[in-house]
Design a protein around this ligand. Structure first.
Ligand code: SF4
Length: 347
């Protein structure tokens, strides 16, 4: 089956023109497919500058790649007909970090939800439109009678973010890209919003790309995790494999910095780079070399490929070259299918 979205050998550079600062590579030769049968949740994790937001913008078609291409249902975005492009805009929806910024404060929630429904012709009558709108609110755990008729400032941060999820869901998308959707809400609301994202995949058949800097929530909801570091994939695959037992030194660092409830087990301090790593040129070789405690001479020369170290994981690190089965060209090959969908994926 053709993937709904495919990022094929995508790189993105910023700057580097005449009178501009040296080019910055935000994404480097990235390849991945997004399937919707069965729907999955893929968590893209990384710190600031890892390229995860650039990836989100490219997948949404709002940022063109410097090289490589984005394909929608097997066709390059640039070659889509008007009708196909409209389908792309409907199928791939986004949820932003700060819903307040994306709302017009003069529009009530009803209007915000109706805009998408009308734009994409989701409902054939006013009655059907009202049903779509009510269903979308209920799907994300909001009571329509307490939400409709209100302005964004009359809602709490958590309610606003859930309206954002409902707005995306109301147009019947197949993929939702959520960029740090819980980073601006407090901990008590985080679980509710994450639960809404899981509902999208489980009950509405929507695949979710969950972009975050927080490995804990990535593990909580992601079927698969993709750890990014300075525009490349450090480690990717089954969340159940990666988070409890990370192989890449960068993932180990992220996992080690997760706060632990046991005070006798302190956070892991970042280990010092190896002697060799200290002399690494940040623009050559492994991008993590100047922070890596295991950096070797070979790490300073070339960026390691994504080694497939077992059926459901790749790690881009020379430490795993010997144990690797092969070099992976498509990360999706190692991704797991959500529980209960294994047979449909094999069909
Ligand atoms: Fe460290 Fe080398 Fe692995 Fe990069 S390739 S993470 S520098 S050991």
């Amino acid at each position: 089956m053709t993937a709904i979205l495919e990022a094929r050998n995508i790189s993105k550079q910023f700057g580097g023109g005449l009178f501009q600062p040296p080019p910055l590579t935000a994404l480097d030769n990235f390849t991945m497919k997004i399937e919707t049968d069965p729907p999955t949740i893929t968590a893209v994790v990384g710190e600031s500058g890892s390229g995860k937001t650039t990836l989100a913008q490219i997948l949404l078609g709002i940022l063109p790649p410097t090289t490589g291409e984005l394909l929608y249902e097997g066709k390059p975005l640039k070659s889509l007909s008007k009708r196909e492009h409209r389908n792309f805009l409907r199928d791939v929806q986004m949820i932003l970090q700060d819903p307040y910024e994306s709302y017009n404060p003069f529009y009530r929630v009803d209007h915000i939800l109706r805009m998408g429904i009308r734009r994409f012709g989701v409902a054939k009558s006013r009655a059907e439109e009202q049903k779509v709108l009510v269903d979308a609110l209920e799907a994300v755990g909001l009571r329509p009678e307490e939400t409709l008729g209100r302005y964004p400032h009359q809602l709490s941060g958590g309610q606003r973010q859930r309206v954002m999820v409902a707005r995306a869901l109301a147009v019947r998308p197949r993929v939702i890209i959520a960029d740090e959707p819980v980073s601006m809400v407090d901990a008590s609301l985080r679980a509710t919003i994450l639960d809404s994202l899981q509902t999208l995949a489980r009950d509405y058949g929507v695949s979710v790309i969950y972009i975050t800097h927080d490995l804990t929530t990535a593990y909580q909801i992601g079927d698969n995790v993709l750890v990014m570091y300075r525009g490349v994939v450090a480690e990717a695959g089954d969340a159940e494999l990666i988070v409890p037992n990370p192989l890449h030194p960068y993932t180990q660092l992220l996992v080690g910095s997760i706060p632990r409830p046991d005070p006798r087990r302190p956070w892991m301090e970042e280990q010092q780079p190896s002697e060799i790593g200290r002399s690494a040129d940040p623009d050559k070789g492994c991008k993590f070399a100047n922070r890596c405690p295991h950096a070797m001479e070979m790490c300073l020369e070339v960026q390691p490929p994504a080694y497939q170290v077992d059926d459901h994981r790749v790690a881009s690190c020379f430490l795993h070259r010997e144990a690797a089965k092969s070099e992976a060209t498509d990360l999706t090959d190692v991704f797991v299918t959500p529980k209960g969908h294994e047979s449909s994926a094999a069909d």
